[in-house]
Design a protein around this ligand. Structure first.
Ligand code: NAP
Ligand code: ZN
Length: 349
């Protein structure tokens, strides 16, 4: 039988989030039902709620950094059992038969993956509703295990901010000896710093907010550059092998390209909207590359969780109640979060 769910969502780009009730589907044989205990707030939730990217289907209930407890499993589920602490990120289903799915890159499923919210279900075509809810039903493959001993209250942001930064670092072999920089010290950026440092890289934080410098060092950065200071940017020319760019809005990249050394690469993970052009010379000279990266696959997400558990890596979380979400959105917009809001579902739903 479908179950009645409670959550918070919004009806329009200019409307605050409000309590909503809706139905979660009856379990299919390969489904897992999860009571949600914590949900992180990603800047993508805000972009979607405000329709910054177009394509938001209202009412939308965001949330793709989810941790909870398994309450029921479908008849064919063998990997998860009632009582397990589990986690769900940005995807809840895909075809699981195409080359991308079979290679662990479900995010690029040839039939399109089902995102955790605002995405049509592959079977009943209802629009997915995310983690700002009391429970969720997810295909088993898309449910990750929270390793034993991990602090569940701080784990949710790893499911998006963690994997989105872990994946490009692994793709481009960031490690011992890599001179890497992270641009933008927010939810993603602070995980980039922690993960890069844990992998052995020399990490520089590039920020627009001078007051974050001390924090950046506490998080693991070895050096800090304030990007609004032309002298500091000039002095850092050709210094880096790898730059992870998490700026959430369209921006000029020439200034950052100049910081890459020979065959250096900048990976953009933040800005999804059209970007201004850049000067060809700035990639041709010094053999530089510009690329992007979308979250990461499910096997890599589990690997990232295991890596964080083994190395004691957690996001810096500011815990809030569900009914404080609108205030949190305003603060996120004003760059006033250190460094991820996490909703404690036990309060204010
Ligand atoms: P966030 O917490 O708001 O952090 C973004 C940081 O970027 C800010 O803290 C700020 O850091 C810097 N910043 C903000 N506005 C800026 C501007 N106009 N110019 C230069 N720097 C600016 O956001 P988030 O949750 O980390 O998400 C970052 C972006 O990644 C969002 O657009 C989100 O949608 C996207 N995202 C992409 C993926 C993917 O798969 N690729 C996954 C998740 C999220 P400083 O104060 O240090 O400058
Ligand atoms: Zn996200």
């Amino acid at each position: 039988m479908p179950t009645q769910a409670k959550g918070w969502g919004t009806d329009a780009p200019d409307q605050p989030l409000r309590p909503m009730e809706f139905e979660r589907r009856d379990l299919r044989p390969n489904d897992v039902a999860i009571k949600i205990t914590y949900a992180g707030i990603c800047h993508s939730d805000l972009h979607t709620a405000r329709n910054d990217w177009g394509g938001t289907r209202y009412p939308v209930i965001p949330g793709h950094e989810i941790v909870g407890t398994v309450t029921e499993v479908g008849a064919d589920v063998t990997d998860h059992k009632v009582g397990d602490t589990v986690a769900v990120g940005c995807m809840v289903d895909s075809c699981m038969a195409c080359d991308q799915c079979l290679e662990g890159w479900e995010v690029f499923c040839r039939e399109g993956c089902v995102q955790t919210y605002n995405s049509p279900d592959r079977h009943d075509h209802t629009i997915s509703k995310g983690g700002y809810t009391d429970h969720i039903v997810v295909r088993d493959h898309f449910v990750c295990k929270v390793p034993d001993g991990m602090d569940a209250s701080k784990t949710a942001p790893l499911l998006c901010a963690g994997i989105t930064t872990y994946s490009p670092l692994r793709q481009y072999n960031v490690g011992e000896g890599t001179k890497m920089a992270v641009v933008g010290l927010g939810g993603l950026g602070h995980m980039g710093v922690k993960l890069g440092a844990a992998m052995g890289a020399h990490v520089t934080m590039i920020t627009t907010t001078p007051e974050k410098g001390e924090d950046a060092r506490r998080l693991g950065a070895h050096d800090v550059i304030v990007s609004t200071d032309p002298e500091q940017m000039k002095a850092a020319a050709t210094r880096f092998d790898f730059i992870l760019n998490t700026i959430p809005v369209s921006h000029e990249i020439d200034g950052y390209l100049n910081l890459l050394g020979r065959s250096g690469r900048m990976v953009i993970v933040g800005a999804l909207t059209p970007m201004p052009g850049f000067t060809g010379f700035n990639i041709i000279w010094w053999n530089r590359a510009v690329g992007g990266s979308a979250i990461g696959g499910i096997p890599e997400t589990q690997e990232m969780l295991d890596f964080c558990a083994a190395n004691g890596i957690y996001p810096d979380c500011e815990m809030i109640r569900m009914d404080e979400v609108n205030d949190a959105y305003e603060r996120l917009l004003k760059n006033d979060v250190r460094y991820r809001f996490v909703i404690d579902m036990a309060h204010g739903l």
